[in-house]
Design a protein around this ligand. Sequence first.
Ligand code: DQA
Length: 144
Amino acid sequence: MSRVLVLNGPNLGRLGSREPDVYGAQDLSALRVLLSEKAATGTEIDLRQTDDEAELIGWLHEAVDTETPVILNPAAFTHYSYALRDAAKLVTAAGIPLIEVHISNPHARETFRHTSVISAVATGVIAGFGFDSYVLALSAVGRG
Ligand code: DQA
């Protein structure tokens, strides 16, 4: 069994009720079901969410130590967390894929969302396709 870490940052635990016009009406458990259906045989989807920057950084360290590919929606941390960026760089510098994903297209939204401090250290970025951003990322890490 191979594993993919699907890590979600702050306020994504509120999906389903949070700005459904932007993020859709489905919650993280629906995302977990969708990704499990789309995952290649023998691939375990380990989907987690936290509002805590330190916890998210700890999960990226775990990805390095266990050589596990990462699909990361850093949520608002995208725009300002240099600590998360440094942790993401540890992952890709170790040769482990890390795909930055967004449900919405941040470039079509407020100006502060146009900057990502993560993108330059990510393997790639997929944004604007709703939950399909994660499905495309699964494919990008070769586990879709
Ligand atoms: C988001 C976009 C971010 O700007 C925002 O802070 C989020 C979600 C997205 O998935 O579209 O929380 O990462």
